[in-house]
Write a protein that binds this ligand. Structure first.
Ligand code: FES
Length: 162
């Protein structure tokens, strides 16, 4: 059986919804919790969120598809978000993306055959001073070079497969 929220999490969210003057604000927290447990947010997760918050699935979908770090399709254990905004672009962001594509053998939007990495472009990660930058899972990396990327991928793959 697929678990989207544990019983304790469900109870906690019900409590928070009951106490919140604006329950809709909990949509992102719910989607993130479902994603943490399931890896991504399937339609049933959207429906569960809608039911708990008391809004329509379409309203949840609008939030889910606005944020590029809520995944509505299956992804690898580590999603690589490569920044394609101006500072990173001007400091080699395109080369970083090309290098990752060659190294992983996938295009943006795809997942490696071993299920570890999904590659996605993203807008500014707030690390412009460390451009070019990328986020791998929850880890932010900057001042990227080919050597550094090799090391990061090795470490992240090892952690993901533990
Ligand atoms: S432009 Fe890449 S982190 Fe800001």
């Amino acid at each position: 059986m697929e678990i989207f929220l544990t019983g304790t999490e469900t109870d906690e969210f019900r409590q928070r919804v009951a106490e919140s003057p604006h329950p809709r604000e909990l949509v992102i927290d719910l989607l993130r919790a479902i994603q943490k447990n399931h890896g991504w947010v399937p339609d049933a997760g959207v429906e569960l969120t809608a039911e708990l918050v008391g809004i329509s699935p379409l309203q949840v979908e609008e939030v889910a598809t606005f944020y590029d770090k809520i995944y509505r399709r299956p992804v690898g254990k580590r999603v690589i978000h490569v920044c394609d905004s101006i500072c990173c672009w001007s400091r080699g962001g395109e080369e970083v993306l090309s290098y990752l594509q060659g190294k992983l053998g996938i295009k943006p939007g795809e997942t490696t055959a071993d299920g570890v990495f999904t590659l996605l472009p993203t807008c500014c990660l707030g690390a412009c001073g460390e451009a070019p930058a990328m986020l791998v899972g929850f880890n932010l990396y900057g001042h990227l070079t080919a050597e550094k990327i090799d090391e990061i991928l090795d470490n992240e793959r090892r952690e993901a497969l533990l």
